[in-house]
Design a protein around this ligand. Structure first.
Ligand code: G3I
Length: 342
């Protein structure tokens, strides 16, 4: 009898042990990842994690100006549509990124010449064609990305140079094209940069006073294990106090921010990273639920991270999944945090 009971317990234990638990099952807000269509097509492990671990998707690159509007009279939505198709087939929300940025701008736009009206027409046409194309598919858009410098001044760009009031106009144009989309201003590195933070808050106030639709703030959260919790908390608190939707829109936590070539991803680095991830998730949990648009990781596995590719930092391990797309130990710590949720 004793042996039968023991056997039964072991068996039950195995059953529950074998069932995977997902962050998306336990947090009440969307958990997303930015995705790359090439990796989805070529790498089964990547595709499996993308499919099973997230319920929100951002195109890492393929809705940006350079990708969707390669020539003045030609839009190319193929790759963006692939991401939309994947997200729809797997019942995920789609977040649009990004309508206006100073980076990844096609050559024809940087070489564009014309008076202020011609520039306006060009940008308006871009925003509205893209927003209309993805209308009903994306829930929200990062309308303007990274418009301020650390000192709070407007970043010099072709947009600020040629289109007076381009930020407000961009929000207005996006809203006209897709009135149901949740419209975000998205930026990075506000922690420890009070002037940049203040410029963003001023922008929100100004747009609201002018009744220009802005509904959310994207805090990119490209941070590292040395980022200061007090500074991050202050940014989160000030952003949340606007009452707008808050999206941690590009989360990754670097462990080797100085790109030390001899760096080893030791247990203590992993522990520091786990603590920082816990802090970020706990802070997000403290945001009023109606403002929680979600947390999006900037890609899936460590080897897909822009920090390795774009930034060429081979010894960087900023994400939830390791080289073989296994969950890192920090994954279960985040699952534990979710216990008071849902
Ligand atoms: O499309 C070309 C391809 O034709 C070529 O073969 C290949 C060779 O390297 O490059 C491809 O372009 C790359 C592009 O990503 C698409 O994969 C660029 O080199 C590469 O520089 C570009 O990097 C992206 C970066 O934005 C550009 O600034 C990163 O993947 C992407 O993660 C990153 O994302 C940004 C967010 O949009 C805004 N916030 C910051 C974040 C990190 O920089």
């Amino acid at each position: 009898m004793k042996n039968i009971l023991l056997g039964l317990l072991i068996c039950l234990g195995q059953i529950s042990f074998g069932q995977e638990s997902f962050l998306t099952d336990h947090f009440p807000f969307p958990i997303g990842a930015s995705l790359n269509p090439r990796l989805l097509a070529e790498n089964e492990s990547y595709e499996y994690r993308a499919k099973t671990e997230f319920n929100s998707v951002t195109a890492e690159n393929h809705m940006k100006m350079m990708m969707v509007h390669p020539e003045a009279n030609r839009f190319d939505f193929n790759k963006g549509d692939e991401i939309v198709k994947f997200a729809q087939a797997t019942q995920k929300r789609i977040h649009g990124h990004t309508l206006v940025w100073h980076n990844q701008v096609p050559k024809w736009m940087t070489e564009f010449s014309g008076d202020a009206q011609a520039w306006e027409n060009m940008l308006k046409n871009h925003i509205q064609e893209v927003a209309k194309h993805f209308k009903g598919q994306v829930t929200g858009w990062d309308v303007v990305n990274e418009a301020f410098l650390d000192d709070g001044t407007l970043r010099p760009s072709i947009w600020s140079k040629n289109i007076p009031d381009y930020i407000a106009k961009s929000f207005q144009w996006a809203h006209e094209a897709d009135p149901n989309a949740i419209l975000f201003y998205n930026d990075y590195g506000q922690d420890g940069k009070p002037k940049k933070m203040q410029a963003i808050l001023n922008l929100v106030k100004e747009l609201q006073a002018r009744q220009i639709p802005i509904h959310g703030l994207g805090l990119q959260m490209h941070i590292n294990i040395h980022s200061k919790n007090e500074e991050l908390a202050s940014v989160i608190h000030q952003s949340q106090a606007t009452g707008l939707a808050i999206h941690f829109s590009e989360l990754d936590i670097a462990v080797n921010p100085k790109n030390d070539s001899t760096f080893v991803y030791t247990e203590s680095a992993q522990e520091a990273q786990k603590n920082k991830y816990e802090f970020i998730f706990q802070s997000y949990q403290s945001i009023p639920k109606k403002q929680q648009y979600g947390i999006t990781f900037w890609n899936v596995g460590d080897k897909d991270s822009w920090l390795r590719g774009y930034f060429k930092r081979p010894k960087e391990y900023p994400l939830l999944f390791d080289e073989s797309y296994r969950r890192k130990p920090l994954y279960s710590s985040l699952l534990n945090l979710s216990k008071n949720e849902k």
